[in-house]
Design a protein around this ligand. Structure first.
Ligand code: GA4
Length: 335
C-alpha cells in the first residue's frame, strides 16, 4: 500500500511539473524596518525575488489576532449564510471559484474594495458583522501606511524623485486597491481517502500560481504553511509561515514602473498535510483606474527604452480579468 501511495503521489501530485527548490536558495530576505540597511535590502529583494519579509513593523499582534478571529467566525457561518454575502465579482464571498475564467482552488474568501465608504456601504451584505467591517477598515489603513512607507524607502534607494512618486498612487482616496481574506479549509478528501485525493490532485491546490496585477501586495497569514514563491530558475520555494511578520510582493505594475528592474513574483498556495485551516489576509495596492502605468522617468538611464507598451491601470485590469489565473498577463503589454 505504501508503494502504491508513493506511485500515486509521484504521478498525480499537482506539483509534479515543478522542480524542487535549488540548493542555492538561502531563504526569504528579511527586512527590519528599524535598521539602516532596510532600504538596500528591500530593493535587492525586489530585483532578485520580488518578495521579502518585513519585521519590526510596529503593528500589534493583538490587533492581528482579533481580525483573524473575526474572519474565522465569518467562515464558520453556514454555506447558505456566507453566500448571502454576494458573489466575489466584484466584491463579496467566493468559494472555490477564482476569477471568472474557470480557475478553482481549495479556498473560500471575501474580497473587499478598500474604500472605507464601500466597506460600510449598505450594498455590502449585512451578514458581514460591524466588528469585521471596522477591523478590516482599520487593518487596511494601517497596512496601507506601512506599504506607503516601504514604497518611499524603495524610492529613496532608487533615487526616485519625489519620494512619494510610488506611495501617492496607493495613498490616493481614489486608488483602486483591494483587500482579500482567504480561508483554506483542511482538505476533507485528504482526511477521508488520501489516494482519491491525490488522484484528484486539483483539490490540493489552494490558490494556483499567478502574479498579482497591482503595484504591491502585503500578505499576513496565521501560522500555517502553504505559500510558495517561484525563484528565477523556475523552482518553487516554500515560505516558512510567520504570523508576526508581513510578506511583501512586487506586482506586475511595479515591474513595469521599474522597467523590468523589479520582478513580479509568481506565487501559489499548496495545501499539503495541514489539518489546520490557513487564514491569510492580503492588501493589494493598486493605483487610480485612469493612472498611466509606465517606467518612472527618474529611473530611466540615458537612452533606455520602455520594455512595455503604454497602458492605464484600467486597461491592464480589464485585460487581466479576461485571463486565466496562471497566464503571463504582462506578455500582452511587452514591446
Ligand atoms: C490575483 C490578485 C488578487 O487576488 C485579485 C485576483 C483576481 C480575483 O481573484 O478575482 C484575479 C487574479 C487576481 C488575477 C487574474 C484574474 C483576476 C482572478 C483572475 C483569474 C483580486 C486580483 O486583482 O487579480
Amino acid at each position: 500500500v505504501a508503494a502504491l501511495s508513493q506511485l500515486i503521489l509521484d504521478n498525480f501530485s499537482p506539483n509534479n511539473t515543478c522542480k524542487p527548490t535549488s540548493s542555492i536558495f538561502t531563504g526569504i530576505p528579511v527586512v527590519d524596518l528599524s535598521k539602516p540597511d532596510a532600504k538596500t535590502l528591500m530593493v535587492e529583494a525586489c530585483k532578485e525575488l520580488g518578495f521579502f519579509k518585513v519585521v519590526n513593523h510596529g503593528i500589534s499582534m493583538e490587533f492581528l489576532a482579533e481580525l483573524e478571529d473575526e474572519a474565522v467566525k465569518f467562515f464558520k457561518l453556514s454555506q447558505s449564510e456566507k453566500e448571502k454575502s454576494g458573489s466575489a465579482l466584484p466584491f463579496g464571498y467566493g468559494s472555490k471559484k477564482i476569477g471568472c475564467n474557470g480557475d478553482v482552488g481549495w479556498v473560500e474568501y471575501l474580497l473587499f474594495c478598500t474604500n472605507p465608504s464601500l466597506i460600510s456601504n449598505a450594498f455590502f451584505p449585512e451578514i458581514i458583522s460591524e466588528t469585521l467591517r471596522s477591523l478590516v477598515n482599520e487593518y487596511v489603513s494601517t497596512v496601507r501606511n506601512m506599504a506607503c512607507e516601504v514604497l518611499e524607502m524603495i524610492a529613496d534607494e532608487l533615487q526616485i524623485q519625489p519620494r512619494d512618486s510610488l506611495s501617492k498612487l496607493i495613498r490616493d482616496e481614489t486608488s483602486d486597491s483591494c483587500f482579500r481574506l482567504n480561508h483554506y479549509p483542511p482538505c476533507p478528501e485528504v482526511e477521508l481517502d488520501d489516494q482519491q485525493a491525490l488522484l484528484n490532485g486539483r483539490n490540493l491546490v489552494g490558490f494556483g500560481e499567478h502574479t498579482d496585477p497591482q503595484i504591491i501586495s502585503v500578505v499576513r497569514s496565521n501560522n500555517t504553511s502553504g505559500l510558495q514563491i517561484c525563484l528565477s530558475d523556475g523552482t518553487w520555494a516554500p515560505v516558512p509561515s510567520d504570523n508576526t511578520s508581513f510578506f511583501f510582493n512586487v506586482g506586475d505594475s511595479l515591474q513595469v514602473m521599474s522597467n523590468g528592474r523589479f520582478r513580479s513574483v509568481k506565487h501559489r498556495v499548496m495545501l499539503a498535510d495541514s489539518l489546520k485551516p490557513r487564514v491569510s489576509m492580503i492588501y493589494f495596492g493598486g493605483p487610480n483606474l485612469n493612472e498611466k502605468i509606465g517606467p518612472l522617468s527618474s529611473l530611466m538611464e540615458d537612452g533606455e527604452e520602455s520594455l512595455y507598451k503604454e497602458f492605464t491601470w484600467s486597461e491592464y485590469k480589464n485585460s487581466a480579468y479576461r485571463t486565466r489565473l496562471g497566464e503571463n498577463r504582462l506578455k500582452l503589454f511587452e514591446k
